[in-house]
Write a protein that binds this ligand. Structure first.
Ligand code: MF3
Ligand code: CO
Length: 257
């Protein structure tokens, strides 16, 4: 069952979203060669406490961190560690969510560490653009498949593949609500979007094949072929006027990250 939110509830989710956005924007500025993923996790944790929110991932199904930090061939759910330091040329995905006053927001981006190879720059650009393509389809009357298909088409047109094993999701008073939002599908298919629905759209894109496997830590997803992977996500509300990205400032314009 898909739960539609009232304007007042959307406003609460927007407040949660601003904390997620603020943390990720700050984290992208402190990423540099030599920083450990644990330091980023500690930053997010402190930032969240200062803003009287709760890190949504911590303790979720036993997840030990506040942020998911996934490097290069890691797709999602990398666990922050003091032993894991990023290096010049790496790409680092940071996925973060909070709960504020009973409402959730969830977002992610992938950043270059120093100067990165052109193929990696392209991967980051195409994945971000695929999220933007999906967001553009967020309006009442469109179908879920319009969103999924827009993401997939953009990725595949650019020679990359979308991960099938993980999907986006509805979000609200729980981090994961109906419906699932796959990053592949057919335009014109699936549930109709209605005012008040809120979707976390989160393309995960590999430069090689779409396959992933889980490491021994039971969390970290990596590409089976060792190719690079990127992840971008926003929490987006369906409004009469079109998409409202709750995980960035209202007045923002231009690229979504
Ligand atoms: N953005 C991810 C999701 O929607 C983050 C979950 S990580 C977990 O599932 F640790 F909380 F599982
Ligand atoms: Co999510």
């Amino acid at each position: 069952m898909v739960i539609c939110k009232s304007p007042k509830e959307l406003e609460k989710m927007y407040q949660a979203g601003q904390i997620v956005w603020g943390a990720l924007e700050k984290m992208r500025t402190i990423v540099r060669p030599g920083i450990s993923t644990k330091e980023l996790d500690e930053f997010a944790e402190a930032f969240t406490a200062e803003h009287h929110a709760r890190p949504a991932f911590k303790g979720y199904r036993g997840y030990p961190g506040s942020v998911c930090t996934s490097i290069n061939q890691e797709v999602v759910h990398g666990i922050p560690s003091s032993k894991r330091k990023v290096r010049e040329g790496d790409i680092l995905s940071m996925d973060f969510g909070v709960e504020l006053d009973g409402y959730f927001a969830d977002a992610a981006l992938t950043v270059p560490v120093g100067k990165v190879a052109p193929e990696r720059q392209k991967l980051l650009r195409v994945t971000r653009e695929s999220l933007e393509q999906g967001i553009e389809k967020i309006r009442p009357g469109n179908r879920l498949g319009d969103v999924s298909s827009a993401v997939q088409q953009w990725v595949e047109k650019n020679g990359f593949s979308v991960v099938r094993e993980f999907v986006g999701h509805g979000i609200g008073t729980k981090m994961h609500e109906d419906p699932q939002v796959p990053n592949y599908g057919s335009a014109g298919q699936g549930a109709r979007l209605q005012e008040g629905m809120v979707l976390a759209i989160e393309p995960m894109v590999n430069t090689g094949g779409p396959g992933v496997r889980i490491l021994e830590d039971d969390w970290t997803a990596v590409t089976t072929d060792g190719s690079d992977s990127a992840h971008f996500e926003h929490t987006v509300a369906v409004t009469a006027k079109g998409p409202w990205i709750l995980t960035r400032p209202r007045e923002a314009s231009g690229p979504c990250w």
